[in-house]
Design a protein around this ligand. Structure first.
Ligand code: NAD
Length: 307
């Protein structure tokens, strides 16, 4: 059993990761300022501190908990917000990340997991699927701030604290916020179930690599057990168009209206898919939940959570 501090643990992915850690008997402290997180997603079996990770006091919270592991998920996680308010994005993602890095050193933790975005990081790909050696060319504030933070962790953490940088594709599943700016499956599913109009930015032929959240929890778990620093993509290798997602969800919800196409949004890339070969080779990780099964689970959750 380890002591694990999870930042952003009240968020969509963070809360699933926390549930996985609690189920394995770990002692978990969540630090989250609830800016997009939801306290009802928090397991009752964790300690919770409502705090901004960029706050100086965060270092003291980490020191008094003395975690073996810090998993850093707290972030401004929306591409559109990063374009409309890049200062907020940089403050949370870069200064917050630096503070977490400082806390990891001062609290004497044994490893850091950094949850990065493989979906946005590489920019418009030169080839698909992108492996970890693909050039990094952010075209959004979000991609740039998340990349900057990964660079700071690499530079600032001593060799004695391995860094596990997990570059996740587009993660989807229960608890994703359907009112947010990102998370197309949750937004579409909720709108379809409510009978509301569904907007698609661009022509809908842009592609994303969708990974179900349970697979992301497993990747996190395997990375935590790995003995050294690592950088891995967590994806399926396959790009699915937004129009395809729309059609799958239409079939699952019985929604019969067509989408409303609007102008592309700045910062959105056209195509991405992540090559998971390295994750398979060194972590033995592979996605298990297919898109249709994952979408079915997402719709079932939406029906029960918003009934
Ligand atoms: N969802 C995806 O498809 C995806 C893909 C790749 C990487 N990621 C990364 O995974 C992480 C979680 O994303 P998510 O989709 O679950 O989003 P989310 O918005 O649900 O989770 C982010 C959490 O961080 C908290 N938070 C934000 N700013 C904070 C601050 N200053 N101090 C403390 N807590 C703060 C929020 O309240 C929220 O609980 C992020 O780091 C994101 O960049 C997400």
């Amino acid at each position: 059993m380890a002591k694990i501090l999870v930042t952003g643990g009240a968020g969509f992915m963070g809360s699933h990761i926390v549930d996985g850690l609690v189920a394995k008997g770990h002692d978990v402290l969540v630090v989250d300022n609830l800016s997009t997180g939801n306290p009802s997603h928090l397991s009752p079996n964790v300690e919770f501190v409502d705090m901004d990770v960029a706050d100086n006091a965060f270092v003291n919270v980490a020191k008094s908990f003395a975690p073996n592991v810090i998993s850093h998920l707290a972030a401004q996680a929306s591409v559109p917000v990063s374009m409309s308010d890049p200062i907020l994005d940089a403050r949370v993602n870069i200064l917050g990340g630096l503070n977490v890095c400082r806390a990891a050193v001062e609290a004497g933790c044994e490893q850091v997991l950094y949850i990065n975005t493989g979906g946005a990081l590489y920019g418009e790909p030169e080839y698909l699927p992108c492996d970890e050696e693909h050039p990094i060319r952010p075209i959004s504030g979000y991609a740039l701030s998340k990349w900057t933070s990964e660079c700071y962790f690499r530079m600032m953490l001593p060799d004695s604290i391995p860094l596990k940088a997990l570059r996740f594709a587009n993660i989807y599943g229960p608890r994703q916020n359907p009112q947010g700016e990102s998370g197309v499956t949750a937004i579409f599913a909720k709108k379809m179930l409510d009978g509301d109009a569904v907007r698609i930015f661009g022509d809908g032929e842009h592609t994303r690599d969708y990974v179900y959240v349970d697979d992301c929890v497993e990747a996190h778990d395997k990375a935590m057990s790995y003995g050294e620093s690592l950088v891995v993509n967590i994806g399926t290798g396959e790009g699915i168009s937004v129009n395809q997602v729309f059609r799958h969800l239409q079939a699952l919800t019985g929604y019969d209206a067509p989408p409303i196409y609007e102008a592309d949004r700045p910062g959105d890339i056209r195509h991405i898919a992540l090559d998971p070969s390295r994750a398979k080779r060194i972590l033995g990780w592979e996605p298990k939940v297919g898109l249709l099964e994952g979408l079915e689970k997402t719709v079932a959750y939406m029906k029960s959570a918003y009934a």
